[in-house]
Design a protein around this ligand. Structure first.
Ligand code: NOJ
Ligand code: NOJ
Length: 586
């Protein structure tokens, strides 16, 4: 009976009715069938959105990844550094691990294109003045100059990680590595080493502050970058990257919320009010997974007690948020979105967040299996209890009944997230960005490249095909954190704000914005500007260096406050020196 069932694992769902198979085996088999069908669909979905030969690439240049072919509501026909680096990480892993030997040209086209993007002056700066933090570009390789949440500092780190993974497969003496990859990776890592401690927009492009995902991927990039620099004989950079990696790892610990047992995804974020529970942290865990690092909590490994407690807290935050999740047992998988307060396109579950919830657990299963045991701590106890009610603090070797029961329960739980994606995907396996919080129908950008890639990385993790190690094993967190010698919050810059504004008698112009030095958006404490050069009003303020500043002018007349129109004004302070903005009242 067993032999028969196993041989036909990929056969039809009718097999699910074969007597003698447990419900666990039946569910596994149904999901196996889905994955077998969906894998080529998702892969085709990724490749369709890459220029110049993608069937839906909208005319993108060679190696340019469009976020989605959707031209309106929303217009996603741009190349985001983050999306493209994450998508190519999948393709590089597939190529370097021999799962798809056809991808070499595509990978090199992407590298060449990213090298050109690095050199484009854009609203975040030039290649040497912060421009590497620009989040997205036009698909003809020109700058996008519209208003946007910029800079976003995860992009250069993610791009470096993808390029280093490819370079490692070629070896440090390969001429393509020394001549092409290293010069590009150097720029990105120098940027990360300088700016990791500066605020910027989060991966959702909404909050300016410090973001867990961004810090985690920056730490990773610096760490593997240091090794790469050593292999290439650049000991000066290796040492800079190592120093800043240690500082970033130290800072990463500060996001942890010990009382509520989760990583607050956004900190230093000014006036934005959110719980901090966000798929940001689950994505951080899977994109910094190191199969050789065990269940290390300092690097938030998928099976660490902190990352598991966080997984529970984040997933639970969506249980009561979406009608789609109502009626599901506390131990059942649910649809997962970005964060529960989200309102973008109605604030719905996202496919890539739901697959990430599965992927973290598959990564955890991989590591438990590899180390031959599961440890349950006071921090992770509630995660385990939701799935296995008699879980207790302790370490369970793979020979124990507890280990067998827990791993089966985690696998079932993880599979449940993928089953939700299966249930609510579009026809023909289409994966958009979101699916409706009320009825599950696909919403927002159609054929999101990142959604397809995210489904594939989850499928691969389920099949124990995991990314290469990046050096997370055996790290120690410095006892005291340093903010680093880069352009981080160590230094300040004297910024002069000048605004032309005509006023009536008794009326004055004030300034406020997202920094303590400019009153954190509080109109009552806003700074009065001098009218000595009326109609130009001005003030000079010391602001943190290399930091994105958001601000507005306000008028006050006898207690009546008038704000300038939206959007907020913004700029990034230089690393040192002084800076002037010249504005006209809006
Ligand atoms: C566009 C960004 O891509 C999205 O993440 C964000 O939610 C909206 N702008 C609203 O700010
Ligand atoms: C909005 C998402 O919030 C952001 O992370 C992504 O980069 C863009 N859409 C493009 O997919």
């Amino acid at each position: 009976m067993r032999v028969f069932a196993t041989a036909l694992t990929f056969a039809t769902a009718a097999l699910a009715l074969v007597p003698g198979r447990s419900s666990f085996e039946r569910r596994q088999s149904a999901l196996d069938t889905y994955i077998t069908t969906q894998t080529p669909i998702s892969k085709a979905g990724v490749l369709a959105n890459i220029g110049a030969d993608g069937s839906k690439d909208q005319g993108a240049k060679s190696g340019v990844v469009i976020a989605s072919p959707s031209k309106t509501d929303p217009d996603y026909v741009y190349c985001w550094t983050r999306d493209s680096a994450l998508v190519f990480k999948l393709l590089v892993d597939q190529y370097t691990q021999g799962r798809d030997t056809t991808l070499n040209t595509q990978i090199r086209n992407w590298i060449a294109s990213q090298g050109r993007f690095q050199q484009i002056s854009n609203p975040s700066g030039t290649v040497s003045t912060g421009g590497l933090g620009e989040p997205k570009f036009n698909i003809d390789e020109t700058a996008f100059t519209g208003a946007w949440g910029r800079p976003q500092r995860d992009g250069p780190a993610l791009r470096a990680t993808t390029m280093i993974t490819y370079a490692n497969s070629l070896g440090a003496s390969d001429s393509y590595v020394t001549g092409t990859i290293w010069p590009l990776v150097k720029l990105d890592l120098d940027y990360v080493a300088q700016y990791w401690n500066s605020t910027g927009f989060d991966l959702w492009e909404e909050v300016s502050g410090s973001s867990f995902f961004t810090t985690a991927v920056q730490h990773r990039a610096l760490r593997e970058g240091a090794k790469f620099a050593t292999a290439l004989g650049d000991s000066t950079r290796a040492s800079t990257y190592t120093t800043q990696a240690a500082n970033a790892l130290c800072f990463l610990q500060s996001y942890w919320n010990p009382t509520s047992k989760y990583a607050s995804s956004n900190v230093n974020g000014g006036s934005v009010v959110r719980s901090g529970l966000d798929a940001n942290s689950i994505l951080a865990s899977i994109h910094t997974f190191d199969p050789n690092a065990g269940c290390d909590a300092a690097t938030f490994q998928p099976c660490s007690d902190k990352a598991l407690a966080n997984h529970k807290a984040v997933v639970d935050s969506f249980r009561a948020t979406y009608a789609l999740n109502s009626g599901k047992a506390a131990s059942a998988a649910v649809a997962v979105g970005r964060y529960k307060e989200d309102s973008y396109y109605g604030g719905n579950p996202w496919y890539l967040a739901t697959t990430a919830a599965a992927e973290q657990l598959y990564d955890a299963l991989y590591t438990w299996n590899k180390q031959g045991s599961i440890a349950i701590t006071a921090t992770s106890l509630d995660f385990f209890k939701q799935l296995y009610s008699s879980a207790a603090v302790g370490t369970y070797a793979s020979s124990t009944t507890q280990y067998t029961a827990i791993t089966a329960a985690v696998k079932t739980y993880a599979d449940g997230f993928l089953a939700i994606v299966q249930q609510y995907q579009g026809s023909g396996g289409a994966l958009a960005e979101q699916f409706s919080r009320s009825n599950g129908s696909p919403l927002s950008a159609a054929d999101l490249t990142w959604s397809y890639a995210a489904s594939l990385t989850a499928f691969e993790a389920r099949a124990s095909k995991v990314p290469a190690s990046w050096g997370a094993s055996g790290l120690t967190v410095p006892a005291t954190c340093s903010t680093g010698g880069g352009g981080g919050s160590g230094g300040t810059v004297a910024v002069t704000f000048r605004v032309t504004a005509t006023t009536v008698f008794g009326e004055n112009i004030y300034l406020t914005g997202n920094q303590a030095a400019i009153a954190n958006w509080d109109p009552n404490s806003a700074l009065l500007l001098s009218s000595s050069s009326y109609p130009t009003w001005s003030i000079t303020v010391n602001l943190p260096a290399s930091t994105n500043i958001q601000y507005k002018y306000i008028r006050k007349n006898n207690g009546a406050v008038t704000w300038e129109s939206d959007p907020n004004r913004s700029f990034t302070t230089p690393a040192s020196g002084s800076y002037t903005v010249n504005d006209s009242w809006r």
